[in-house]
Design a binder for this molecule. Structure first.
Ligand SMILES: Cc1ncc(COP(=O)(O)O)c(C=O)c1O
Length: 373
């Protein structure tokens, strides 16, 4: 048959979730602790900047790598906040980090190449690599969700091209200590690898400090976004810095695949970068609430030093799907852990939601787990 979708698309398997999504849709007013969006609305100043861009007719295409004014603002931010001192030519603006990741992969990887990712991890890292014919070597970070440096080194072959890291982490909330990130940089240097460092949750830190590995290892593609810190998920904007040849390759690809990110979002983002916003205290309160409630239930909690997720084992040796379905019967939505991991006994709770919603979710969880005892 000549008409068909590509074999590549068949590598995305979301069948296990369809049933869960179908059941979610039947709920009237569920308590939803599944989504990865923060509770905040986009700040008024940012919205006004977007509206002004529209009213001033700043709505056309921009250069493929983004407006110079935005890249200059990014350059300042990277230098002062991340200790990454780079030129504006080594910065590129992308329509969100998810697309950004695809652009990075397509720019540095060929079919048959290998990358190393951590399990559990953000699903596109593995899924997009699979779709591109790139082999994924997963390194399990269980039980404490920290980097297993020996296992990472053991996974390196002569086909390995990059190590993907994400701190603070989705779905575990882990913040990797600087010494471990330095050790990854040493490994990457020794074996001639890129590091792809997704730092989208850099400002959501409750214990430890954020360290940008790109500040010490120049062959890092450092990825940052507006979605979380600035509550701009729907504006679709992010930015990356890295070696000049890689950024130029990405720009070449953007020219054909993206043309340019939204001019309106880029103008708003300039304002976003100039705003002082600190959400850590507010989110730490929610984090403590969740960790205390789950610990009281006898559930073992690891990670949770940052981002706004908790990844924990379902009680009574239930599978993730069984436990999530039971919670759905009580009106609570969590995400089955198999979306993020080859291990099927975990679930992800997001406390990005507003605190009263989080409290309601914890009450349901407490009721259900006690019921199972
Ligand atoms: C680790 C991680 N990276 C990237 C993204 C997506 O970012 P963007 O909205 O910029 O595509 C998410 C969203 O949940 C995420 O958790």
């Amino acid at each position: 048959m000549k008409k068909r979708v590509s074999a590549r698309i068949n590598s995305f398997d979301s069948s296990v979730f369809r049933d869960v999504f179908r059941k979610q849709a039947l709920l009237d007013t569920p308590v939803d602790l599944s989504v990865g969006t923060p509770e905040e609305k986009t700040d008024t100043a940012i919205k006004q900047a977007g509206i002004a861009a529209i009213n001033d007719d700043k709505t056309g295409y921009t250069p493929a790598n983004g407006l110079l004014e935005l890249r200059e603002e990014v350059q300042k931010k990277l230098s002062t906040q991340n200790n990454i001192h780079t030129s504006v030519d080594q910065i590129t603006v992308v329509p969100g980090l998810t697309t950004g990741l695809l652009l990075v992969y397509m720019s540095i990887l060929d079919p048959g190449d290998e990358i190393i990712t951590m399990d559990p991890g953000y699903p596109p890292y593995d899924q997009l690599a699979d779709a591109l014919g790139v082999t994924v070597m997963s390194v399990v970070t269980l039980p404490d969700f920290q980097l297993n440096l020996a296992a990472i080194e053991a996974s390196i072959t002569d086909k390995t091209r990059a190590i993907v890291i994400n701190s603070p982490n989705n779905p575990t909330g882990t913040v990797y200590p600087k010494k471990d990130l330095l050790a990854v940089a040493e490994l990457a240097e020794k074996h001639g690898l890129y590091i792809i460092s997704d730092e989208i949750y850099e400002h959501f830190i409750y214990e430890g400090e954020h360290f940008s590995v790109g500040s010490v290892y120049p062959d890092t593609i450092s990825m940052f976004g507006f979605s979380k810190q600035h509550a701009m998920t729907g504006w679709r904007l992010g930015f990356m810095s890295g070696p000049l040849d890689v950024i130029e390759a990405i720009n070449e690809l953007q020219q054909y695949a993206v043309f340019s990110s939204s001019a309106i979002a880029q103008h708003a983002a300039i304002t976003a970068l100039r705003l002082e916003q600190n959400l850590s205290t507010k989110y730490k309160t929610k984090r403590d609430l969740v960790v205390n409630a789950l610990t009281e239930l006898g559930l073992q909690i690891e990670g949770v030093q940052g981002s706004y997720y908790v990844f924990f084992r379902a009680p009574n040796d239930m599978t993730d799907i069984e436990f999530c379905e039971l919670l759905l019967e009580h009106n609570l939505i969590l995400v089955p852990g198999r979306a993020f991991s080859s291990r099927h006994g975990y679930v992800r709770l997001s406390y990005g939601a507003e605190i009263n919603e989080v409290k309601k979710g914890l009450d349901i969880l407490t009721h259900v787990v006690n019921m199972l005892k």
